[in-house]
Design a protein around this ligand. Structure first.
Ligand code: GDP
Ligand code: IMO
Ligand code: MG
Length: 434
């Protein structure tokens, strides 16, 4: 299959990852790219994600369904690595169908994906409350507790929804265990097992048409010459292994997670697109060396409309951080960068770029991932000239303002990875191919 936008042959599988703290504009990029892939797959996370797509004067936020769904020729798969709240999924299917997009025969859900149950959401909120001053600032969607059950080998999976007897058995076991926690640890009322058994039995027939062995399906499609785009949620610095632990999510957004979360083996992947926002944002708690608690940070948030797409929380803002990005790009093996929200910098006379950190009087270039060190670094900045102009009309890199091109080239050289897409607005057509 020809890569129509770049002219290069498309890889059988491409991974697209967030390289910062999430919300880099992955949804926009996946929607934009989906017309040259046959299948788009979400591989981790759950409805904690909020991927925004703007098209036909509409703005739609997707939480679980892959961002290729508004391309009618694209098949969408929710992989085994995702944790699914069945109620959230049905709500989202309805939202997409109400917009005139049929999902039957175009949306497949892994039989091995784990479920998020009401007790996971409740535990998410109770454990956050218990952390008092050290809250993670989770999205409250039950993500951590669901992955806990997965790794404790007691979780309930999508396939279990299709077998009422097994479902009832597992629900009774799980709820008995959780009720002990609610009653004895948190001093809360217990959940009504029978009501939940009745409620979840209803999902059987509704969800059945979507459920399949997506691992085998994807590998058969690869063999048949189809191309796959693996859509990451969150970002590298929120990765449970590689991020700013413990202020992370409970999955692997980095490119390695794309293999375990989909069943697509590494040898099928020959391209990793890293989505980089032209500045940095973070929602929730945790270290953020370039955070700006001043009018510049305020301006970035105001111009960039930096409010969480899932929870509506105000995002913390700061300049771009090349120390963190160099690390993220290495961990995910990023082969090309998609730079987003460059337009948000259009009105800044000067733009700062963090090139190293100071730690105990010494300059360091490597990103420390332990809180005790990261919380003590201060950023070292290089100041670049702003462009004080809009690039929204630019059809090519050459048509962009010289200072904007200098900014992009500076990032490219510092990161040692080519920038191939530059996004200058939320719409599909506000994308410059470099
Ligand atoms: P995601 O989680 O990575 O998909 O990103 P979000 O959807 O949470 O946040 C990105 C926000 O920026 C959304 O509101 C997008 O519509 C918007 N956006 C994406 N690309 C651009 C861009 O290049 N310029 C501007 N101004 N907004 C963008
Ligand atoms: P997308 O895919 C930004 C953050 C939360 C919190 C931490 C853990 O839209 O980029 P969780 O609910 O996952 O246990 O919360 O991770 N977080 C995100 N931040 N974008 C996201 O997704 C996020 N998903 C989770 O704010 O700090
Ligand atoms: Mg988001």
């Amino acid at each position: 299959m020809e890569d129509r936008k770049s002219g290069r042959p498309a890889a059988s599988a491409t991974v697209l990852v967030g390289t910062q703290f999430g919300d880099e504009g992955k949804g926009k990029l996946v929607d934009y790219l989906s017309d040259k892939y046959d299948i788009v797959v979400r591989y981790q996370g759950g409805a904690n994600a909020g991927h925004t797509i703007c098209f036909d004067n509409k703005t739609v936020v997707l939480h679980l369904i892959p961002s290729g769904i508004f391309n009618k020729d694209c098949i969408c798969v929710i992989g085994n690595g995702v944790v699914i709240d069945p109620n959230a999924l049905l709500e989202e299917i309805k939202k997409v169908e109400d917009l005139g997009y049929d999902v039957r025969g175009r949306l497949f859900i892994s039989h091995n994906a784990h479920l998020i149950m009401p007790y996971h959401k409740r535990l998410d909120s109770l454990s956050e409350t218990a952390l008092s001053d050290n809250k993670i600032g989770t999205t409250g969607r039950g993500i951590g507790p669901s992955y806990e059950d997965k790794f404790a080998r007691s979780g309930i999976r999508v396939v279990d929804l299709l077998n009422p007897q097994v479902l009832e058995e597992k629900l009774r076991e799980n709820i008995a265990a959780k009720n002990k926690l609610f009653k004895n640890i948190y001093d809360k009322e217990e959940l009504d097992v029978d009501a939940m058994v009745r409620e979840y039995a209803e999902f059987d027939k509704i969800i059945d048409p979507f459920v399949t062995n997506t691992q085998l399906y994807l590998n058969r499609q690869i063999k048949a010459g189809k191309t796959i785009l693996l859509e990451g949620a969150q970002g590298c610095l929120l990765d449970v292994d590689h991020g700013t632990y413990p202020f992370v999510t409970s999955s692997n957004p980095t490119s390695g997670g794309a293999c375990t979360g989909s069943g697509v083996a590494p040898n099928h992947i020959d391209k990793v697109i890293g989505v980089v926002k032209a500045y940095t944002t973070r929602v929730g708690n945790g270290d953020f060396p370039t955070e700006l608690n001043d009018e510049v940070g305020e301006a970035l948030g105001r111009i960039g409309h930096e409010f969480g797409a899932t929870t509506g929380r105000k995002r913390r803002c700061g300049w771009i951080d090349l120390v963190a990005l160099r690390y993220s790009l290495i961990i995910s093996g990023v082969t090309e960068v998609a730079l987003t929200k460059l337009d948000v910098l259009d009105t800044f006379e000067e733009i700062k770029v963090c090139t190293s950190y100071m730690l105990d009087g010494k300059e360091i270039h490597d990103f420390p991932t332990e809180h005790q060190t990261l919380s003590r670094v201060t950023p070292v900045y290089k100041t670049l000239k702003g462009w004080m102009a809009s690039n929204s009309g630019a059809k090519s890199f050459a048509e962009m303002h010289e200072n904007a091109r200098n900014y992009v080239t500076f990032l490219e050289e510092a990161l040692d990875v080519p920038v191939t897409f530059i996004s200058v607005g939320p719409g599909r057509d506000e994308t410059v191919f470099k």
